[in-house]
Design a protein around this ligand. Structure first.
Ligand code: F6R
Length: 606
């Protein structure tokens, strides 16, 4: 993870580096730092914790220099202290790094034998000393980096500057994304185009194995073998107005409230509103002949995929294999001949999802990805990218991206069902109509937001919280529990309601709130039975349902009344109260809602 930036500017770059880093804090916020070339030597400022600490440091100890690199860290090797903060440097070279250098121990041992003294616990410092070492042997900066890159194993994106070289920056990409920005007499480097949005929208993405030698006048790009290559310059659509919370206290609140609008946009991309039918892009595979589908993703995106599995199996009658990305590839799952593999990712950069995509591609699968960042690596490496139109999601806990992923998966299920003849045209129109009603229903849930504040007060006193659901409400229970634990730090688990009596029921007592996600659908009565089992053991039930209270013959601690909807669309609706419960609980607890501890928005390490 981590975010990196670099600027070859016309004047002092410190302020712009910090500005660009602010846009990358979603990648990590354990520490931040910048380094610049000051005439013949390198200077740096670093600070533990969030970027604001670095900004404070820069006020009292400003940094000059027209050439600089910056970093915001999500710690992998070494504690998140100032000593381990990037940029790392020697007298010759300074480096910012995103990723993991797998052979850093061997490199470090070898360099220490040669007299290099290390002063951090990071893997990155091995890169710095390696380049320094080559320069001390008489190689130029470019030759030294070329030699070092040949010795590094692992996944990395690097930004490198050199003492005494005011017009030089080198970038390298292997497994972690990097974008080069073109200005007028200025050049930029960033983990993504969003970081560079205030400076330029002319972007060149480095391919796997590429490295680039940047000057103010332009860039030369080389592939892994050292051949000069051309990579296209594209116009980025990343907006420079990203970091705006509007009237909201947190990005997460803003993003929850944006859902009616962004779900409408996303649905409009896949539905012919006039005809009331799905208009799905060509995936380059005959949907009528798909005999098995593989879905893979991580975290919240995985739970979206799990809802997708229920929908696709029920409506299109295609068996779906689903697994979290960090497992699918390592268990060497057999893949069907000519199969379709679908990946779900907000960032489009999640390392495990990307690696599994490559595994499936190598296994002959047709690759479709549901991504929010259209220029991301996962989008670019897919045969077909299916965008979610959620807009930038800044809060680390995913909300609007999740419901937009569900919107695309719902349309995919309908497209498959129509192609395979398992859904009639009339049924499709009925289901499309139900989807089109989702934004209105979500607006009505959000209008009643105040009720969540009182329930959150109670939840904030709990040590453990259980979430139950059946059918498509089961993934929503899992997602609800993930949301609560990641932003409030309260332990929470989601279970299939029918599974409760096979173990988890032992946890129930009068101190354990149990949140039951139970739309009044074909499974409702069964879930009510499970709820009664909880009530009999003193559990405090918070029911999220459109069923009237008299249909539930046990006492409830709270009843979140939901609008009545077609059961197909309930996952989209019922996700929202679980988001609001988690959000308001975190607010009561006073945690850092948008940047919860230990997490990062884009997980580019395995
Ligand atoms: C939780 C959350 C994570 C992400 C996961 C995958 O709120 O946001 O679980 O869903 O890290 O990230 P993407 O979707 O970027 O691949």
């Amino acid at each position: 993870m981590c975010g990196i930036v670099g600027i070859l500017g016309k004047s002092s770059v410190a302020t712009d580096l910090v500005d660009a880093l602010r846009r990358l804090e979603y990648r990590g916020y354990d520490s931040a730092g910048i380094a610049t070339v000051e005439s013949d030597h390198l200077e740096r400022r670093r600070a533990e914790g969030k970027l604001k600490n670095l900004e404070k440091r820069l006020l009292s100890e400003p940094l000059a220099g027209r050439t600089g690199i910056g970093h915001t860290r999500w710690a992998t090797h070494g504690r998140p202290t100032e000593r381990n903060a990037h940029p790392h440097m020697t007298a010759e070279v300074s480096v910012v790094h995103n990723g993991i250098i797998e052979n850093f121990r061997e490199l470090r041992a070898d360099l220490e034998k040669k007299g290099h003294v290390f002063d951090t616990d990071t893997d990155t410092e091995a890169v710095v000393h390696l380049i320094s070492h080559h320069m001390q042997q008489g190689l130029s900066p470019v030759e030294a980096v070329r030699a070092a890159l040949g010795e590094l194993q692992g996944a990395f994106a690097l930004g490198i500057i050199f003492a005494g070289h005011d017009d030089l920056m080198i970038a390298a990409r292997q497994g972690s994304p990097l974008a080069i920005g073109h200005g007028s007499g200025e050049m930029y480097l960033g983990s993504d185009a969003i970081a560079l949005a205030p400076f330029t929208d002319s972007i060149t993405y480095l391919d796997e194995g590429d490295w680039a030698v940047m000057h103010r006048s332009g860039v030369e790009i080389y592939d892994r073998a050292g051949n000069r290559v051309d990579r296209p310059m594209v116009k980025s659509v990343a907006s420079s107005l990203l970091v705006d919370k509007g009237n909201h206290r947190h990005f997460m609140a803003k993003e929850i409230h944006e859902q009616p609008e962004v779900i409408s946009h996303t649905l409009a991309n896949y539905i012919d509103m006039a005809a009331g039918q799905v208009r799905f892009p060509d995936l380059g595979i005959d949907l009528a002949k798909v005999s098995r589908l593989t879905i893979s993703a991580c975290g919240t995106a995985y739970y979206a995929g799990l809802v997708g599995k229920y929908w696709i199996e029920q409506f299109a009658r295609v068996p779906v294999e689903i697994d979290i990305a960090s497992e699918l590839r390592y268990r060497e799952a057999p893949l069907p001949e000519g199969g379709l593999a679908v990946f779900v990712s907000q960032s489009g950069e999640t390392a495990d999802t990307l690696a599994t995509l490559r595994y499936c591609k190598a296994g002959g699968q047709r690759i479709a990805s549901i991504v929010n960042v259209r220029t991301s690596t996962i989008a670019r490496e897919s045969h077909a990218a299916l965008p979610t139109l959620a807009g930038p999601e800044i809060g680390v806990a995913s909300t609007k991206a999740f419901t937009c992923q569900l919107s695309v998966l719902a349309c995919l299920a309908l497209a498959l069902g129509r192609a395979r003849g398992t859904i009639s045209e009339a049924k499709e129109q009925e289901m499309v109509k139900a989807l089109m009603e989702v934004p209105r229903h979500i607006s009505s849930i959000i209008r009643n937001e105040q009720q969540f504040v009182a329930i959150a007060q109670e939840l904030s006193k709990a040590r453990d919280v259980l979430y139950l659901g059946r059918g498509t409400s089961y993934p929503i229970a899992l997602e609800g529990a993930l949301k609560l634990k990641e932003i409030s730090y309260i332990h929470a688990e989601g279970y299939a309601a029918g599974e409760l009596k096979h173990g988890p029921i032992a946890l129930i007592d009068e101190n354990v709130p149990v949140i039951v996600v139970a739309p009044e659908d074909a499974l409702f009565e069964k879930t009510v039975s499970n709820m009664q089992e909880v009530a009999a053991r003193g559990g405090k039930i918070i029911l999220i349902s459109d069923a009237p209270a008299d249909k539930v013959s046990c006492s409830l601690a709270a009843h979140i009344e939901m609008p009545t909807s077609v059961s197909f669309t309930t996952p989209l609706l019922y996700a929202v109260p679980t988001q609001l419960l988690a959000y308001h609980t975190a607010v009561v607890m006073g945690t850092d809602v948008d940047q919860p501890r230990n997490l990062a928005k884009s997980v580019t390490v395995e």
